[in-house]
Every structure is written in structure tokens, then in C-alpha cells.
Design a protein around this ligand. Structure first.
Ligand SMILES: Cc1cc2nc3c(=O)[nH]c(=O)nc-3n(C[C@H](O)[C@H](O)[C@H](O)COP(=O)(O)OP(=O)(O)OC[C@H]3O[C@@H](n4cnc5c(N)ncnc54)[C@H](O)[C@@H]3O)c2cc1C
Length: 376
């Protein structure tokens, strides 16, 4: 069996999915194949967002049908990390508005994000507030009918290219996590990408500086003091889809490895005929299958009406991202020298997968979430 044939087969065997999800997969697959070779630069990232809007993919970037979003991320990540990122950030950067924004804010922002006209970002992390988001110090002071934002955000995906961002800032510094608001900020409000940050794999990433950046009062999402809670809901929802991206990357590594070990001959035989190779490949497939079930069970539970999926989403992200790292490492090993060169996709996957264990909750923080829910 060829590698891609195997992955298609496993996708088709996935429980929890309906016909609509298979159609969405075909849409994402067609998009990725038509894009072909992906350029890794900011212009390409922006163009991809527009093309996804025109192609109808971004209609699924909200969190209303989490399985569709997961299917698309799995499919795009199979082809290239930047395809996945371009899609995912339109959802992550606007989901707060979808769940807690006023109808005016929704009408003003969501159509432009879903059409790809506006590139979106989600700005929470600060130099002194990473895993501990409640420690953030970016300030939003009410002044003459506006909120004036001052502070610095770091490691923000799409910081160099975003037109619109949802931003966490303190409205009441004395109130801890209950004194944080979520704001919609437009690039045209004066926010600056003050530094670009180069990651291990291509990712439009950088710092955002807010210096007396004034936004109208009605750009507050929900109520002042609700921002932290809204951010946790956004992260909880999207964690399942990060897990789906990890699944896509792991699937690509497995597909390419299946092909490689059947083609490559050493000692007069195919690598695929060696028991040690078969054993390694089987371990990869077992972890892949387990990750697949966790991802789609979590998404299906949410789609089935569960308002919260803290344990399911954390388990899915923890397991799928850690497993994808192991799977891709094994794929590089089975590719031999070819696996560390730019001629193989597994070299890129090896770099791309690394960040998934860090953003939207590190593996260590996810363990705290899971244990905290189990042991309460
Ligand atoms: C590629 C990339 C893209 C990103 N995109 C965005 C984005 O779009 N928007 C955004 O807001 N942020 C983004 N981030 C930031 C990301 O969410 C943070 O990096 C992450 O939350 C970890 O924070 P930190 O880097 O400050 O690490 P730290 O919080 O300093 O953690 C360092 C280490 O300590 C561990 N640790 C911390 N606290 C505990 C604890 N209580 N118990 C056990 N271990 C602990 C962590 O697990 C980690 O291993 C991005 C990061 C990366 C790498």
C-alpha cells in the first residue's frame, strides 16, 4: 500500500465524523494540492489567507463545528505548516468575538476575517506572562469613551501581518485574573510590530507594542473583567485543533516513511522487509491511531453540545503533539541521511512539530489542567 492511500484509509475509518466532514476534507485537500509548493514568507502567508477566504475554507474557521475545523487543520498540516497556521489563526484571532462579542462587533469583524480580507491574531502572551497569563501587565485604561492600551506582547503569531487582533489587557490591576479585559484592536489603531521573532520553522511571529493605542469602548469583548475567562475558553476550544494539526503532521511522516521503506533497498532487500523497521513503523501507527481517536472524540463532544471540554481537549493536545514528535523523529531515522536534508518533507516536519508542544498550553501546563480536573 502507498503511504497516502494508508492515511486516506485511516481517515475514512475515523469514528465521530459525518459526510459533511469528508466533504470539508476534500475541499481542504484540493486547496492544498492546487497551492503546490508553499513559499515561506509574510507575503505568502497573507496571500494564503485571502485564497482560503475565496475558496470557502475560512467559513469553517470559527469554533461552531469543531470537527470541521479539526479535519481542515489535519489536512492542511499534512501538506505544510504554514497552510495550517494561515487557516488556524483566522479562527483563534476571532473566536472571542464569536462567543462573547456584541452583534455590532461581530458584524464589523467576522465577515472580513472569514473572507480573508483581514488577517487575524490573538495577543495574550507577554515577556513576564507566558504560562501564567493572569500575570500580564499590558494596561487598558478607560479615558473619554475609549480604552487606551499600553504594553508589550511577545511570541504573537501573525504579529507582522495581522490587520485585527484580540488582545488581553488589564482593566483593573488590583483584581488579578478578574481585572482583565479582551479587546479588539485594529492595526490602524496604531499598534506596532516592534520586532520579528524567527522560530525553528517558518512562522510569521513577533512582538506587538501598544503605546497609547486608543480603541473605542465598544471594542471591549464581553464585559471588563471577563477577558481571562474568555481567553481560557478560546484556548480550550482550539487545543483540540492544535492536536489535529499534530495528527496531520504525524500522518505525513508516516505516509512518506511507508513509501520510503518500500522503495529503499539495502543489503539486497527492501527496508520494509526488515523486522526492526516493521516494528518501528507499527509503533508509529499505533500512536497515530490513538491520537486520532482522542482528537475527534474531543471535537465530537464539543459539537454534541458540551459547553466545556477541558480534559478532552488537554488530553488530545498533550498526547497528539507528544506522539507526533516521536513519530516524526522515527520517520527521520527511517529516512536515514535523506531525513535531515531539505529534499525530504520529514526534515521540515521535524522542525514544524516542535512548537506545537509549547503554544496554547505547554505539555506541562496541560498535565496540570488534566490532573486539576480529575483530582478536584
Ligand atoms: C511558535 C509560537 C507561536 C505562538 N503564538 C502565540 C500567539 O499567537 N498568541 C499568544 O498569545 N501567544 C503565542 N505564543 C506563546 C505561547 O503561548 C507561550 O510560549 C506559552 O504559553 C509558554 O509560555 P512561555 O514561553 O513564557 O514559557 P514559560 O511559561 O516561561 O514556561 C517555560 C517552561 O516552564 C514550564 N512551566 C511553567 N509553569 C509551570 C508550572 N506551573 N508547572 C510546570 N511547568 C511549568 C513550561 O511548561 C515550560 O516548559 C506562541 C509561542 C510560540 C513558540
Amino acid at each position: 500500500m502507498r503511504g497516502r492511500e494508508f492515511i486516506n484509509h485511516r481517515f475514512n475509518e475515523t469514528p465521530f465524523l459525518e459526510d459533511s466532514h469528508r466533504k470539508v476534507r476534500a475541499l481542504a485537500e484540493r486547496f492544498a494540492l492546487e497551492e503546490g509548493v508553499i513559499e515561506e514568507n509574510e507575503e505568502a502567508a497573507r496571500r494564503l489567507v485571502r485564497a482560503m477566504g475565496a475558496g470557502g475554507l475560512l467559513e469553517h474557521a470559527g469554533g461552531t463545528d469543531l470537527r470541521s475545523m479539526a479535519v481542515i487543520r489535519e489536512t492542511l498540516a499534512f501538506h505544510h505548516g504554514l497552510l495550517d497556521l494561515a487557516f488556524a489563526m483566522q479562527g483563534l484571532g476571532s473566536y472571542a468575538i464569536e462567543i462573547a462579542g456584541s452583534s455590532e462587533l461581530k458584524a464589523q469583524v467576522l465577515p472580513k476575517v472569514r473572507s480573508g480580507e483581514w488577517v487575524a491574531a490573538f495577543a495574550a502572551t507577554e515577556p513576564e506572562a507566558g504560562s501564567d497569563l493572569a500575570a500580564l501587565s499590558c494596561r487598558a485604561e478607560p479615558r473619554n469613551g475609549r480604552y487606551v492600551l499600553n504594553g508589550l506582547k511577545t511570541f504573537i503569531s501573525n504579529a507582522p501581518i495581522a490587520d485585527i487582533m484580540t488582545v488581553l489587557a488589564k482593566t483593573d490591576p488590583a483584581a488579578g485574573s478578574k481585572g482583565i479585559g479582551m479587546f479588539v484592536v485594529l492595526r490602524s489603531d496604531g499598534v506596532q510590530c516592534s520586532r520579528r521573532q524567527e522560530a525553528i520553522a517558518y512562522h510569521p511571529l513577533g512582538e506587538l507594542t501598544f503605546r497609547d493605542c486608543a480603541v473605542p469602548e465598544d471594542r471591549l469583548v464581553g464585559r471588563a473583567g471577563e477577558g481571562y475567562k474568555i481567553a481560557l475558553t478560546v484556548l480550550e476550544t482550539f487545543r483540540t485543533t492544535v492536536a489535529a494539526a499534530a495528527l496531520g503532521m504525524a500522518g505525513r511522516a508516516i505516509a512518506d516513511t511507508i513509501d520510503r521503506v518500500q522503495e529503499r533497498r539495502q543489503f539486497g532487500a527492501r527496508l520494509a522487509d526488515l523486522a526492526v523497521v516493521q516494528s518501528k513503523l507499527t509503533d508509529m501507527i499505533a500512536e497515530y491511531e490513538a491520537a486520532r481517536l482522542l482528537v475527534y472524540r474531543s471535537a465530537a463532544k464539543r459539537d454534541g453540545g458540551a459547553s466545556r471540554i477541558p480534559v478532552e481537549s488537554a488530553l488530545a493536545k498533550l498526547y497528539a503533539t507528544e506522539a507526533a514528535q516521536r513519530i516524526i523523529d522515527a520517520a527521520v531515522q527511517l529516512h536515514g541521511g535523506l531525513g535531515v536534508t531539505k529534499e525530504s518533507a520529514v526534515e521540515r516536519l521535524y522542525r514544524e512539530v516542535r512548537t506545537l508542544r509549547i503554544y496554547e498550553g505547554t505539555s506541562e501546563i496541560l498535565k496540570l489542567v488534566i490532573a486539576g480536573n480529575v483530582l478536584k
